[in-house]
Design a protein around this ligand. Structure first.
Ligand code: NAD
Length: 349
């Protein structure tokens, strides 16, 4: 049977969830609540039920199984805790909390009430991420040495709550949370080193981009970069492995692979590059490489809710686990500490 979901916060993302819930095979949209009347009117205009009595009315509605929290980041905590304590299952938008301490409160409320609680880390369904993950899992280009994940825009940071620190603005919290979560899935090892540079090109109050370096226990490295002042973007993913390199130019493109078939070349002829000659940087003999593309995997973000509903029914383990979310929050806290102190941190995360 479908689960009934009520949405708190009917802005951009709340409306996205509402339209997905209406198409879902596992959810039924019970209604929405937003503190702004203009957003309540927008929902009513689409025939969506509005809870005029606010969160209290949602929590008192016995037909509601799940509360989805899609408000700005600073008001997630109370909505999530109150909903769990009222006996609702909860999905919260990312970043779930502004600190690990806030998140621990939420997990405690979930444990004490026995309700299911997860976070909408929907970018685990991104096909570029899934493509890179499938290459790592297949081992076709060997062990990972380094992964770079970049997202570059060119409009600065949006001028809404995202540009205010107390509301949980800034790009570490907005996009970093997705890319760090993906990276920890790709390299499932302890992090020993965090170094982060925060950018303030268009905004003094919050970071409008950042450059993060992670070193893992085995020596694998990762770079996560988000920029909002990049008029030419770097590739979405670049991965060096022991037996090849993988590259995804952008969200729409297939993954290109250059797989090493032989390390040694015969004679390398120096090439003239710019104002000098080089043998080290001369192109490889193409006979030592195999070039190919891999098809983009398929994915269906409805699987997020299918999994959550099955987890509520005790049929499946939750895909987005609380301990994984907590680790991402720890990394983000380390990003701020490193960025503000201009220091590389030795950690054990
Ligand atoms: P938004 O500003 O468009 O919408 C937020 C809405 O919440 C507004 O309409 C506001 O009036 C309402 N609101 C504020 N306080 C409230 C309260 N106490 N009770 C009820 N309503 C309240 O912001 P958005 O872009 O929709 O972002 C909302 C959340 O979704 C954020 O946490 C954001 O990070 C997240 N988000 C996630 C994704 C994703 O891909 N997972 C994408 C965008 C946004």
């Amino acid at each position: 049977m479908k689960k009934r979901i009520a949405i708190v916060g009917y802005g951009g993302q709340g409306a996205w969830h509402a339209s997905w819930a209406q198409k879902s095979d596992v959810l039924e949209l019970a209604g929405i609540y937003d503190i702004r009347e203009i957003r309540m009117e927008a929902a009513r205009a689409l025939g969506i039920h509005t809870y005029d009595g606010g969160l209290a009315e949602i929590l008192a509605d016995k037909t509601v199984d799940i509360v989805l929290c899609a408000t700005p980041n600073d008001v997630h905590h109370d909505i999530v805790c109150d909903s769990l304590r009222a006996g609702k299952h909860v999905v919260c938008e990312k970043p779930v909390a502004l600190s690990v301490g806030e998140f621990d409160d939420m997990c405690r409320a979930a444990k004490e009430s026995g309700m299911c609680f997860t976070v909408h880390q929907n970018r685990r369904w991104d096909v570029d991420f899934l493509g890179i993950r499938s290459i790592i899992r297949s081992g076709e280009i060997g062990e990972v040495l380094n992964i770079e994940s970049h997202i570059h825009g060119s409009r600065g940071i949006p001028s809404d709550w995202r540009c205010h620190k107390p509301q949980g603005g800034g790009m570490v919290l907005d996009w970093g949370v997705h890319l760090i979560d993906q990276m920890l899935q790709l390299i499932p090892e302890k992090i020993v080193n965090v170094s982060c540079e925060l950018f303030h090109i268009t905004n003094d109050e919050v970071d409008d981009g950042f450059h993060l370096h992670l070193v893992f226990e085995s020596g694998k490295r990762a770079c996560v970069e988000v920029g909002t002042y990049n008029f030419l973007p770097l590739p979405r993913f670049y991965m060096q492995c022991k037996e090849g390199t993988a590259l995804i130019e952008d969200w729409q493109k297939k993954c290109r692979i250059a797989k090493l078939t032989a390390w040694c070349e015969k004679d390398v002829t120096p090439v003239q590059n710019a104002a000098g000659i080089t043998k080290t940087m001369a192109p490889r003999d193409e006979l030592t490489l195999d070039f190919y593309e891999i098809d983009r995997p398929t994915s269906d973000v409805h699987d997020f809710y299918r999994n959550f509903v099955r987890a509520i029914d005790g049929e499946e383990e939750m895909l987005i686990k609380q301990e994984e979310v907590r680790r991402v929050l720890l990394v983000m806290e380390a990003c701020f500490l490193s960025g503000e102190s201009h220091k590389t941190l030795e950690v054990s995360i």
